[in-house]
Design a protein around this ligand. Sequence first.
Ligand code: RB5
Length: 141
Amino acid sequence: MKIVIGSDHGGLALKNNVIALLQELGHDGEDVGCFENDSVDYPQFADLVCEKVAKGHADRGILICGTGIGMSMAANRHDNIRAALCSEQYTARMSREHNDANVLCMGERVTGPGIADEIVRTWLGTSFCGGRHLRRIELFN
Ligand code: RB5
């Protein structure tokens, strides 16, 4: 899959771990920044990722900040973006099965690298159930 990924300074280290995992899993990852530890504004990176997903230039997006909260708030303001803030494997799986989440948000200050690895593997490997869940997500827009 083509995965576009972005972070602010609070998520930069975890983002680099996730990029390595995407490579290991054979995905085509595109990093839209940030690239330095300098303080930046997370909505700018949420917008870059969500525009690519919403326009079909990427299959899915991943956004990481300190808590994941700001990124998920910014992402869910975009039409056709269903962003899920996940801090463990169960919600990562359910966000795909029931919500067809197309953007995954995580918080580097909340979720350690081992749990983040499990979340990303699960989230990328789980399909949407459709059926009644499709009817529900169609009510979003
Ligand atoms: C940056 O300090 C921090 O506010 C940001 O990474 C994020 O946690 C916001 O939701």
